[in-house]
Design a protein. Structure first.
Length: 117
């Protein structure tokens, strides 16, 4: 069987096709064996140590955040009275949308965060 799958076993298209199939099967088998060997669960203490190191590094390296802020203001005046038919008049309305870039920066001594708009 190996001669049939090996590139030098048979000539022509059929030999090359069988060689590729054999090579693919060999590669798949190697992948399955390697994957099975690597599926051992990690040691919990090692995992927790790595997570703690990541958090400490992140806390040290994380110094700022930039965000887009959208703020909508709606204002309505109090009713001013009634119209000629006796119905209350519609109060005047104002609406405005404010947009800004907001920057939060941690101070060098890391005691607090400052905000800039």
């Amino acid at each position: 069987m190996w001669k049939t799958l090996h590139h030098g076993g048979h000539g022509g298209k059929e030999g090359k096709s069988l060689w590729w199939r054999g090579w693919t099967l060999d590669l798949a088998a190697a992948f399955i064996v390697a994957t099975a060997l690597q599926t051992q669960p990690p040691d919990l203490d090692d995992l927790l140590d790595k997570a703690a190191d990541y958090v400490v590094g992140y806390k040290h390296d994380f110094v700022g955040v930039v965000a887009d802020e959208t703020y909508r203001q709606d204002a309505r005046e109090a009713a001013r009275g009634t119209d000629v038919r006796g119905f209350p008049t519609e109060p005047a309305r104002q609406k405005r949308d404010l947009k800004a870039d907001v920057l939060f920066v941690r101070t060098p001594d890391a005691d607090f965060w400052m905000q800039f708009k």
